[in-house]
Design a protein around this ligand. Sequence first.
Ligand code: BGC
Length: 417
Amino acid sequence: MNNPLKFPEGFLWGAATSAHQVEGNNRNNWVEWEKENAEWLAKEAQICWQSWQQREFPEMFNSKNYISGRACDHYNRYEEDFNLAKAMNNNAHRFSIEWSRIEPEENEFNQLEIEHYRKVIQALKIRGLEPFITLWHWTMPVWFASKGAFEKRENIKYFVRFCETVAKELKDEVKFWIILNEPEIYAGHSYLKGVWPPQKKNLISYLSVMINLIRAHRESYKIIKKIKPDTQIGIAKNNIYFEAHKNKINNRILKKFIDWWWNFYFLNRIKNYQDFIGLNHYFHNRINNFKFNQNENKKISDMGWELYPEAIYHVLKCLKKYNKPVYITENGLADVKDENREWFVKESLKNIHKAIAYGVNVRGYFYWSLLDNFEWDKGFWPRFGLIEIDYKTLERKPRPSSRIYAKIAQSNAVEIK
Ligand code: BGC
């Protein structure tokens, strides 16, 4: 190997998934929403996507694309999937527990489903994969959504009770919990842009959801810590590299404000209630003349997102002030042809290495995603997986980039050219 960049000893290498996106046959608020919205989402595709995307992914015009259905059937095939993760020399894996399976009706907990997740955890452990468990990755039981979900302060107690129940059951098996996945993305899409359930566009609702999610995190943190004091608890926070173009003063002012609100507000409010920071990172956003997204877009993913691996270095640098271990809990791209994945992962890792040299305590990296999966309101066409899924046969096919990732994990190093 040519000049390898070594990662710290004990570094965790893994990939991430979330229940609704891979399990299949869920019964939650998203499933209800899909049924009502699949038709218009298929029609909207015409105006949402560029012609090259429409040509390459004609499934976006089919309403079935927007129904999660059996997804990857990971609920039944998790052992096969974990064998593939193990074959990639991974030593960790991030997944989420589906609240609507555990508590399908208010205050009725399903012990069989708890046992299912216990088996999932055991399957990881016997393969030498450390479980990182997300307690909330956006979906919720229908009864909770009907009560107004996180828009209402009085509903927080239901979520905390769910976390408490799961933590009590699994406390001896799990060391790492992630309470919330990307609260700001959820609140923004569901209550400000109005594109995800419950499709509201209301500033007050948006702010209430943000504040209540902060409260939900803190309360759940306290309760899980009481159950198991030495457990490690964090968040999966979506942070963006806002760049002030040419460092001009007006761009810097806007950057300062948006950094405060998007990147740091939530983290500051929970800073005494987290043992590590989970970073989900996808975006660079260049600010110029009071306009966002003035990116060069030299390389883009299948979804049109700019591929700008330097961004993760900047985002990580800003987390140093929290003085906590950092795990990259998501980073990846949609790339059906697997053309850019190797380059993107290696470049991102070089930048993570640079952040470690700068003094950020990064301890692990989870690629998003282990498998191709159901990409929310976009459906199945975006392909994020290291492992390709044939949705007709459910056959799993490791992409060439997964072999590169396996080498990186095995050597705990990335090669530089
Ligand atoms: C989410 C994932 C999603 C990924 C790619 C993240 O914001 O946590 O659920 O699939 O980004 O869009």
